[in-house]
Design a protein around this ligand. Structure first.
Ligand SMILES: [Zn+2]
Length: 393
């Protein structure tokens, strides 16, 4: 336990370190990063001890125990490791209290700024930057949204990631302009977390295109807690960074107070199919490939084995599926990272269009019509890509 008398000294040291010249800011370090998001505890979405992210990536632990998890994580010193305490999973922002900050009025530090003290503590727990303790912005609560933006814009330090966790309905065209105007006031890297059940980017037709507008107009914004398709689309269209979840719970945010859907069902592992840019359940893959050769994967985990082999509730199998999922998207990201914009955007467009076709071709190959159907998001990205090509002549 930390002795109370040690606290002021630790704070002075941290503040001095942040103010030191030559230390890269959060904005500089996060530029063009594909981050792997994991839980600090739990069997299935913990960081695989063998996982060694490339220099273009890093690991972020998400959840209440993220800071404690940093201490047990055995990542090498060269790996960027961050902690997002994910306050938005359980706290809804209000106009009065958009951030969840502990009350320190009865403590020795009553004269300190409570938010600054909390950020100091977060940075002191071995992470180079602090994620803000932002509450979730419910649909239509513009007063809470403005209060959160004002609070984040007012933070005067360069070691902060401003978290904007909002219901996906905020990106509808009726409110998008207001959202952009407000977010432009925040000078820090912005981690945008979309809230909603299932896949938020599937919720309505404009989401994918409106996200691209955000990346264009707010160059310090990245998409956080997302899946491979939306994360890489962000990186192909000028987003600052992306945080791709290692489990479905880390690929979106269920609004506080809601039960994750589908509820009460134990699911087999979700398996990423790189050629299709899609996830499929392990039991579905085992059923579809019962009489056909499954797609082989040559990632570092699979080494040529079939993708139908994860049909189990066994922990080791689930961990192997998670290791495959991570290796597969890291490979896609490493290819993309090596290609600068705007060429990156063109290459990604081709990949998305090919992935949509692959759904039909693979269904035909195994003679099971509609076995694979592209997600709404993937279909819309392919259409956007076609519209972009037509516009470019
Ligand atoms: Zn694999």
């Amino acid at each position: 336990m930390t002795q109370p008398s040690e606290q002021p000294l630790r704070r002075r040291q941290v503040t001095a370190a942040v103010g030191a010249t030559g230390r890269p800011t959060a904005l500089e370090v996060l530029r063009d990063r594909g981050m792997h998001l994991a839980r600090p505890t739990g069997t299935h979405s913990k960081v695989d001890p063998e996982f060694d992210p490339p220099a273009s990536g890093g690991i972020a632990l998400c959840g209440e125990k993220a800071r404690a998890g940093l201490l047990t994580l055995k990542a090498s010193a060269a790996v960027l490791v961050l902690a997002d305490t994910a306050v938005y999973e359980s706290y809804i922002a209000t106009a009065q209290s958009p951030l969840r900050v502990p009350d320190i009025s009865d403590t020795l530090f009553a004269d300190d700024d409570p938010l600054d003290s909390l950020l100091n503590d977060l940075v002191a727990s071995q992470a180079p930057f602090a994620f803000t303790p932002s509450g979730y912005i419910a649909p239509g609560d513009f007063a809470a949204f403005k209060a959160l933006v004002n609070a984040l814009a007012g933070i005067v330090r360069a070691d902060v990631v401003a978290v904007i966790p909002m219901a996906v309905t905020w990106l509808r065209k009726e409110t998008l302009g207001q959202v952009i105007a407000c977010l432009k006031q925040i000078p820090h890297p912005i981690a945008l977390v979309l809230g909603g059940q299932y896949n938020p980017t599937d919720h309505y037709a404009d989401v994918a295109g409106n996200l691209r507008r955000l990346y264009r107009e707010i160059p310090n914004l990245g998409l956080w807690r997302t899946d491979v398709v939306s994360g890489l689309d962000c990186m192909a269209h000028g987003g600052l960074f992306a945080g791709i979840g290692s489990s479905s719970a880390l690929r979106h945010c269920v609004p506080p107070g809601e039960i994750t859907q589908p509820s009460g069902v134990r699911l087999k592992p979700s398996v990423f199919m790189a050629d299709l840019l899609s996830y499929a359940r392990a039991d579905k893959l085992a059923r579809l490939y019962a009489n056909d050769d499954p797609p082989q994967c040559w990632c570092t985990e699979c080494r040529g084995r079939g993708l139908d082999r994860f049909d189990s509730f066994d922990t080791e199998v689930a961990q192997s599926a998670a290791a495959h999922n991570t290796a597969a998207w890291i490979e896609l990201w490493s290819d993309m990272y090596a290609t600068p914009l705007p060429e990156r955007s063109r290459t990604w467009t081709s990949r998305v269009q090919k992935a949509v076709s692959e759904h039909r071709l693979e269904s035909e190959r195994i003679e099971q019509p509609q076995a694979f159907v592209p997600s709404k998001t993937l279909t819309r990205l392919a259409k956007l890509a076609a519209a972009d090509s037509a516009a470019q002549g």
